[in-house]
Structures are given as structure tokens and as C-alpha cells.
Design a protein around this ligand. Structure first.
Ligand code: GRF
Length: 208
């Protein structure tokens, strides 16, 4: 069993493509002193996204890029790794980053790239997880914070939260219930890293 990192004030790099509500919730946890961290940089593959706007409003450094300007993922991830190392980032937080991360980022941040997914993994990976849950007819769904590996929404699970699914739910009403929990379990998971409490053995995370 290995400890992923010793207790420390975390320097976070956030990757976001869209509206940035998880990014915002992490910022608020830091401001309340619930999370011993700072956001060193927000990176987005959508220069016009609300996430970039929100970071700029908070005075957080941003780096926005258009993947189409590069020959491929490896080329832009090389630049991202350089920026993240320059900023002394400890943990890379995917907060609605709508791309798979490649080998270059995963090797540079082994066991330290996190993602949040709006379903109880391993159920309903991929897009429209809330719609998948409603269509399947599950009675409970929720959200999952996990360590990222090369798969789509796979990798060791750190924390999950459960919400009920009602007969009258549609994708939007379920998403609204789940996002409330997302905004709690992401910063709580990060705080476990800050406290040096996250250990990993094979494919399982243990919180000490
Ligand atoms: C969240 O539902 C998250 O679980 C998923 O993408 C969505 C991002 O929302 N990975 P936001 O940009 O954080 O508001």
C-alpha cells in the first residue's frame, strides 16, 4: 500500500471545459478554509467557457487553448505539463473537462489526476450519465470522485455520494439533485489528499 502524498497545502491545477460550477465550489471551500489548498492555474480547452470567465473574475491564472491548433493530444499535453510544473501543481483536478487525458499528463501526475462523474461508477460512464440512469430505471444514483487512468470514467474510487431517483425524474431534475452532492464530495476528497490520508493498493483507495 502506498501513500499518494504526505500532508501538505495543495497546489491545484483545474481542467474545465464548461460552466465551471465544480471549480467554483472548490474555490468556495478554499475561501471557507475547509480545504487547505490554492488554485494555481485553471486550464480550459474552451477559451470562451464560463469556467475561464469565473477564474479570471477571481484573479486566478488561466491558460486556454484550442486543441485544433495542435497536431494532437500529445503536443498540447506536453505544453500543459510544462505549465503545470512551472506552477508547482500537486494535483490535477478535472472539473467538467470533456476530453480524455493522455499518457503524458497521466505519467507526469501519476495517481494525482482526479475526476468527478455524475453517476455511481462503474455504472453509467460516458456522456449523459444522468439520462442513462433515468432511462435504466435505477432507484439510486449519485456521483463519484476517482483517480483517473487511461479509460473513460474508470480508475480507483475515492468518494461517492448517493441520491434517490424518483419516478418523475428526467435528466435535468436528477442532474440538479446530483450536482449538489458533487459540490460537496470534490473538495472533501481533495482535503483527504491535503491531510495525507489517501493510500492506494492495486485498484483500491484507502482513507486512513
Ligand atoms: C459535472 O456534472 C461533472 O460531474 C461532469 O461534468 C459536469 C461539469 O459541471 N464531469 P461543471 O462545469 O462543474 O458545472
Amino acid at each position: 500500500m502506498i501513500q499518494i502524498m504526505k500532508a501538505k497545502h495543495l497546489h491545484l491545477g483545474v481542467l474545465a471545459s464548461g460552466r465551471g460550477s465544480n471549480f467554483d465550489a472548490i474555490c468556495r471551500a478554499i475561501e471557507r478554509n475547509d480545504l487547505d489548498a490554492e488554485i494555481s492555474i485553471l486550464i480550459s480547452d474552451h477559451p470562451d467557457s464560463a469556467a475561464v470567465e469565473k477564474a479570471a473574475q477571481r484573479g486566478i491564472e488561466t491558460f486556454a487553448f484550442s486543441p485544433g491548433d495542435y497536431s494532437g493530444r500529445d503536443e498540447y499535453e506536453k505544453i500543459l505539463v510544462e505549465r503545470l510544473h512551472q506552477k508547482g501543481v500537486d494535483i490535477l483536478v478535472m472539473a467538467g473537462y470533456m476530453r480524455l487525458v493522455g499518457k503524458r499528463l497521466l505519467e507526469a501526475f501519476e495517481n494525482r489526476v482526479l475526476n468527478i462523474h455524475p453517476a455511481l461508477l462503474p455504472s453509467f460512464p460516458g456522456l449523459h450519465a444522468q439520462r442513462q440512469a433515468v432511462d435504466y430505471g435505477v432507484k439510486f444514483s449519485g456521483c463519484t470522485v476517482h483517480i483517473v487512468d487511461e479509460g473513460m470514467d474508470t480508475g480507483p474510487i475515492i468518494k461517492q455520494a448517493v441520491v434517490p431517483v424518483y419516478d418523475y425524474d428526467d435528466e435535468d431534475s436528477l442532474a440538479a439533485r446530483i450536482i449538489i452532492e458533487e459540490h460537496n464530495i470534490y473538495w472533501q476528497s481533495l482535503q483527504l489528499f491535503a491531510e495525507g490520508r489517501i493510500y492506494i493498493d492495486k485498484n483500491k483507495v484507502y482513507v486512513k
